[in-house]
Design a protein around this ligand. Structure first.
Ligand code: TXE
Length: 496
């Protein structure tokens, strides 16, 4: 029997171990084993779905009034805020991301609970301008049992975004967190119970994506899938979901361009690029992974950027001074290395970094890397999901826009300029779900988040996310006194 702490599934209001079969979690920064979780067998997943369906049809949450939902979600926010340090520690251990990043990110997560609590309390139905003596009301109902498949890069933030929207709308929720970083999400189960959420309304199930996740997504009994993950995962689940008429919100990959124009002070642009590109070691869907720099400032900009990148402090995530932590796995390090060697084979020039590294001989680290690349090359078009950034010299505004739009992804993009007209002109032409002007990574619970093209469909955040967890019911009330059809008087009146 392993001496590691086991973190069980959260099912029907209790931590329950589903199986002898476990998955061992590794701290990516130290390579040490940190805990085990269930690899939940399919029979158990099946009974969890049944139990969630019972929870939904009981009405205990699906028919709870708005003020109850508001109260529970608000209390969850307060509890989370008071327990942030334990969540931050877990997040740092399981992701290998620097503790200073996790502090900054997690301190904002309660806002998602507060925002969706408020939406639950304030969102109103509508009355349409229906013709005649009719009142037509539109009310929003929860969908049913919804499945959320979440990733390892921002485990708590992404799961909380999705859970908050779904619960606010009255759904019963089954979350399958990433098998690489599920610990903080599993902890949410008890927190919601303490906040007053009825048992069985939120189930958190561990396991591999291709087993547990796949089984959940293929169930015809569920009402929606909300996925943040890779395009391959979307492609694996979409055919069955489509056959079962189950809607999917999909937040997939990205290849965000950072467009730097000459009016931007070089110093400021460089700081912006460092933040956009290297936060989370480049493992976010909106990582500024392509720097499109106007040739008027290219040389000066690149010279300073290279110097600053070399100064970034790679180190132990638990050290407050560390700026760059680990990547999630050994496979991730290998993927970064493959991208670098292919970039070189395609004529790219490594300006700094380019190699795997370690901290005290351990860990899955990759040096912050800048590669001068050609538009259209592998590194310029495909997602690395690591700290390997393509630098592309562009001769004009038009070229920057053209290159920015020349990938199959369209999630995030940022435009850096002090020319007000140029900012609007370029932002308008960039095909992406999120365009920042003089900013990057800016996120708020009220602001829709999601991409176009192969970056996915649907939105997280905002009123739209809440509404995507509801279905609209139209009730048509006739208060007229006219005689009914098949009455001669009526037929003559209409056709006479
Ligand atoms: O994602 P996966 P991975 C992108 C990024 C990255 C690539 C692969 O490009 O390099 O995806 O990362 C579950 N049925 N993003 O392999 O596998 C899995 O268990 C149901 C971008 O880590 O998609 C986990 O819970 N579920 C993204 C979740 O999907 C399945 C963040 C995500 O894992 C499944 C992460 C299946 N068949 C990766 N297969 C972002 N947008 O931020 C896997 N899963």
């Amino acid at each position: 029997m392993s001496a590691l702490q086991h973190h069980s599934n959260w099912i029907d209001g209790a931590y329950q171990t589903a199986t002898e079969k476990t998955i061992t979690l590794i701290n990516p920064a130290t390579e040490s084993e940190i805990a085990t979780i269930d690899s939940t067998p399919l029979e158990t997943v099946k009974s969890i779905i049944t139990s969630s369906l019972e929870n939904f049809s009981s009405g205990i949450w699906s028919k709870a009034d708005a003020s109850t939902r508001f109260g529970v979600l608000s209390k969850a926010a307060t509890l989370l805020r008071s327990r942030l340090p334990e969540f931050i520690d877990l997040e740092t251990q399981q992701t290998g991301r620097p503790i200073r990043e996790m502090r900054a990110q997690l301190s904002r997560v309660p806002e998602w609970l507060e925002y969706f609590a408020s939406l639950a309390r304030t969102h109103e139905g509508r009355v349409t301008p229906f013709k005649g003596t009719v009142v037509n009301t539109l009310t929003r109902l929860p969908l049913g049992v919804v499945v959320q498949i979440t990733p390892w890069n921002h485990p708590l933030l992404i799961a909380t975004k999705k859970i908050a929207a779904a619960l606010a709308a009255g759904n019963s929720v089954i979350v399958k967190p990433s098998e690489s970083a599920p610990l903080s999400v599993l902890k949410l189960g008890q927190l919601f119970q303490e906040a007053g959420l009825p048992d069985g309304t939120l189930q958190i199930v561990s396991g591999y994506g291709r087993e547990t996740g796949k089984f959940l997504c293929e169930s015809p009994l569920i009402a929606k899938i909300d996925l943040t993950g890779g395009l391959a995962t979307y492609a694996a689940i979409a055919p069955t979901a489509s056959k079962n008429l189950i809607p999917i919100t999909a937040e997939l990959g990205g290849k965000a361009p950072i467009c730097i124009f000459p009016s931007m002070a070089v110093e400021k642009g460089v700081r912006a690029a460092l933040f956009a590109s290297f936060i989370a070691s480049g493992q976010t869907c909106v990582t500024g992974s392509r720097l499109l720099i106007h040739s008027d400032i290219y040389d000066e900009f690149v010279e300073l950027l290279v110097r600053r990148t070399r100064d970034l402090r790679v180190g132990a995530p638990t050290d407050d001074r560390t700026q760059i932590g680990a990547v999630i796995s050994c496979a991730s390090v290998e993927r970064c290395a493959r991208f670098v060697s292919q970039a070189v084979a395609e004529g790219g020039k490594i300006l700094c970094g380019g190699e795997p590294t370690d901290v005290n001989g351990k860990g899955f680290f990759f040096q912050p890397t800048l590669v001068e690349s050609k538009a259209g090359s592998n590194l310029a078009c495909n997602e690395v999901f690591g700290p390997v950034i393509a630098l592309i010299r562009c001769e004009s505004e038009d070229e920057i826009v053209k290159v920015a739009n020349a990938t199959s992804f369209a999630l995030g993009a940022s435009v850096w300029t002090n020319d007000f007209s140029q900012a609007h002109r370029v932002a308008e032409k960039i095909d992406a779900g999120i365009v920042w002007i003089n900013g990057h990574h800016l996120n708020d619970p009220s602001s829709p988040w999601g991409g176009f093209k192969e970056s996915g469909m649907g939105k997280e955040n905002g009123i739209g996310a809440y509404e995507s967890y509801t279905k609209v019911k139209s009730t048509i009330i006739n208060y007229g006194q006219e005689p009914s059809w098949f009455d001669d008087e009526v037929e003559n009146a209409r056709y006479g």
